[in-house]
Design a protein around this ligand. Structure first.
Ligand SMILES: CC(C)(COP(=O)(O)OP(=O)(O)OC[C@H]1O[C@@H](n2cnc3c(N)ncnc32)[C@H](O)[C@@H]1OP(=O)(O)O)[C@@H](O)C(=O)NCCC(=O)NCCS
Length: 144
């Protein structure tokens, strides 16, 4: 990814959250409306937005205490810009801001392997509790 071609933004002020909401909904990562999505990102410890010629083409965020623990969510890159290293740049920018922290994440079963690019390893002791448990069960998030 040539960094000059893309703008990396790590604050929420000038972001159109309707665009964020649309992007995350399109990929089935979140169905929150734009105001709620703004809250979610503003309440996150790290937010990364990628723009090209003013257009929002990628997002990602992490919640964290900033010292010891962090968790990554909502990594997405617009279809037209896939395979150009933008997803990698988003995760790199997040990890840079979580330096020294244990970082965890979970992904959709179809993306198993993706995060191994950054040295993430599958855990044998993780647990999760979701209000919409049925959906996660159907999609194959849980071990038998
Ligand atoms: C996943 C996603 C963010 C990757 O973005 P991207 O900009 O195309 O990724 P990059 O070009 O930076 O690729 C990074 C590396 O990950 C690999 N990769 C990309 N998607 C992958 C997937 N689904 N599974 C495994 N590896 C994947 C690429 O081949 C590349 O590997 P390389 O460096 O060895 O060539 C993008 O495909 C996306 O937005 N998907 C829909 C949203 C989504 O499902 N996000 C959730 C992930 S939890």
């Amino acid at each position: 990814m040539s960094s000059s071609a893309y703008e990396i933004i790590d604050t929420c002020e000038k972001i159109d959250f309707q665009k964020v909401s649309d992007l995350l909904r399109y990929y089935g990562l979140s169905d929150l409306d734009s105001d709620t999505q703004r809250q979610v990102f503003q309440n996150s410890y790290v937010t990364i937005f990628v723009k090209k010629d003013g257009e929002l083409i990628g997002v990602g965020r992490a919640i964290s205490d900033g010292i010891s623990q962090g968790a990554i969510y909502n990594i997405a890159v617009k279809d037209a810009y896939r395979g150009k290293g933008i997803g990698k740049r988003i995760v790199d920018e997040i990890l840079k801001r979580l330096s020294g922290c244990n970082v965890v994440l979970y992904t959709h079963p179809k993306h198993i392997g993706l995060y191994e690019h950054w040295g993430f390893r599958r855990m044998s002791t993780s647990y999760a509790r979701f209000p919409e448990e049925k959906y996660y069960e159907q999609e194959g998030f849980f071990r038998e």
